[in-house]
Design a protein around this ligand. Sequence first.
Ligand code: NAD
Length: 256
Amino acid sequence: MIDIDRARQIVDAAERIVVLTGAGISTDSGIPDFRGPNGVWTRNPAAEKAATLSHYLDDPRVRILAWRNRIDHRMWSADPNQGHAAVTELRRQGRLVAVITQNVDGLHQAAGLDDIDVIEVHGTSRFTICWQCHDRRPMDEILERVRLGEQDPPCERCGGILKSDTISFGQSLVPEVIDRAFEVAGRCDTLIAVGSTLQVYPVAGVVPHAANHGAKIVIVNAEPTGMDDLADVIVRGSIGELLPDLVRRRRAGGPN
Ligand code: NAD
C-alpha cells in the first residue's frame, strides 16, 4: 500500500485527532519558514541571532531593527490557506481535540478555529507584551506608533521594553501552555505533524509522548523530520495539496 493510502486509512479511522503544526503550514500563505530550503535562517544565519532574548533586551539597535522589519512583515497581510482550512475541517467533523502550533501568525484562528482550540506553544505575534509590567496590547496598536515615527516604542504604562508576545531563544515557555500540549497529545488516537522539522524542543517531544500513549503518528512534510523513525506513515509533498485530501472523510456513515 502506498503511503498516501495508508495515511488516508489512518486518518479516516481516527476519532480524536491532535494536529501539530510548524512553519511549513504557513509557507503557502507567503510566510517563509526558518529551516526549510528557502527558510529565513537557511539563507541568513545571522537572523537567528537577532531572535535571541538577551540581544533584544540589551541592545536598542536590535530592537529598532526588529520593529522596522516587523512593520513590513508579510504576516500582517497573509491569509490562511488550504492547509489551515483542512485543520478547521477536522473540527467541523467533531474529531479535532486541539491544534498544537509552533507558529505565531494566528492563521489557524483566521481560518475559523477558536483560541481555545489552538495551543500556541511559542506565543503569538498578534500581541505585544511589556517586559517590565506585562501589559499586553494588540500588535496593530504598537505598529501604528512605529509607523508614526517611534523607533523603539516603550510601554505607555511603565516605560518598559515592548516585545512581541512570542517565545524568543533564551526565553522559557509558559508552563501551562506546554503542559496542555502534552496533555492533549497523551489522549489523542492520532497525531498529525504538519510542516515542522520536529527538531525544536520541548514541543517536538509531544510526538513520542503521543506514540507512547498509543496514538498513531502521521507526518506530512516536504522534507525529512527529526521524528520520521516514530511515524506510522510519512507523506512527503505539499501540505496544501495533501492535507485537504487526508482529512476528507471516506467512511460510510461518518459525518460529511
Ligand atoms: P521550520 O521552519 O524549522 O520547518 C518547517 C518545515 O516545513 C520544514 O521541514 C520544511 O521542509 C517544511 N515545509 C515548508 N513548507 C512546506 C510546504 N508547503 N509543504 C510541505 N512541507 C513544507 O519550522 P519549525 O520546525 O516550525 O520551527 C521554526 C520555529 O520558528 C517555529 O517553532 C516557530 O516558532 C517559528 N516560526 C513561525 C512562523 C509562523 O508563525 N508562520 C514562521 C517561521 C518560524
